[in-house]
Design a protein around this ligand. Structure first.
Ligand SMILES: [Fe+2]
Ligand SMILES: [Fe+2]
Length: 262
């Protein structure tokens, strides 16, 4: 499930988790919550998670929470990165938290979060991400990724996401994109068995550009104005939307089906 935008959306999603798990017989539920709350006045680093948001999602049954360029926002960051279910981007110099988590139960699933340098914003609180492909080569050298492995690739560019997925085809079960918030319709199973979705889409209120919030900061940036002088983010006011796909993954780790749910 793609970037949860705001506390209301987190609560709305939490209320649906049990039903979604039963209806679709879900083994594991992974949610990107990097925009779970407006955590501060600075619009470029004040959009992360709070302990309340994380607890709401975990108590509802979410198995793992991923992030992105906003994983370091807000006053609760040390507590949030310490949750055993929290997965922050792996390709950084960062001691806190973990970028790789293996869920174990009737089935296993390894969850990896990667942050593209293209998702880096000026003044961002997050540590600087390393380039994706060298990072991936290091990860595969250090970790045994046999078995189902899903990568939340948090990045700006559809071509970069697609190229990354194609380059590692057969090495991971799926690469699913987050960060740009507007969902892409199709998913593809690549020849080697890696499932690929360019963008899961945000989970939150529609309206404006579909990102889940008022785009005034991005408009100001586009115009060359000082967006940091603007007030904190305000959320969109349209209907609530779910950005999510279901991945069917066989025991050997190949994706066999991708189904978008709304
Ligand atoms: Fe986001
Ligand atoms: Fe992001």
């Amino acid at each position: 499930m793609g970037d949860v935008v705001g506390e209301e959306a987190a609560g709305w999603l939490a209320d649906r988790i049990g039903q979604l798990r039963d209806e679709h017989e879900l083994d594991w539920i992974v949610v990107n919550a990097e925009n779970g709350a407006v955590t501060g006045p600075n619009p470029m680093d004040g959009f992360g998670m709070t302990v309340e948001i994380v607890d709401t999602l975990l108590e509802a049954g979410v198995d793992a929470i991923t992030g992105g360029n906003h994983s370091w926002d807000g006053p609760d960051v040390d507590k949030i990165l310490a949750y055993p279910q929290m997965v922050r981007p792996l390709n950084l110099d960062e001691e806190r938290g973990q970028g790789l988590l293996t869920l174990r139960g009737n089935t296993t699933l390894t969850v990896i979060n990667l942050l593209s340098p293209t998702a880096e914003l000026p003044g961002m609180a997050a540590p600087k991400p390393h380039p994706l492909w060298p990072s991936w080569q290091e990860i595969t050298a250090e970790h045994d990724l046999t078995g189902p492995t899903v990568i939340d690739l948090h990045g700006e560019s559809p071509w970069e996401k697609a190229s990354f997925a194609a380059a590692l085809d057969g090495q991971a079960s799926a690469v699913v994109g987050t960060h740009t918030h507007d969902p892409t319709q199709r998913g593809h199973v690549l020849p080697g068995g890696t499932g690929y979705v360019t963008e899961l889409g945000m989970t939150g209120r529609l309206g404006h550009t579909g990102g889940g919030f008022d785009p005034m900061h991005f408009v100001a940036k586009m115009r060359g104005e000082d967006y940091t002088a603007l007030p904190a983010y305000t959320l969109a006011k349209g209907p609530l939307a779910l950005g999510a796909v279901i991945l069917d993954i066989d025991p050997a780790g190949a994706t066999t089906a991708i189904t978008r749910i709304a």
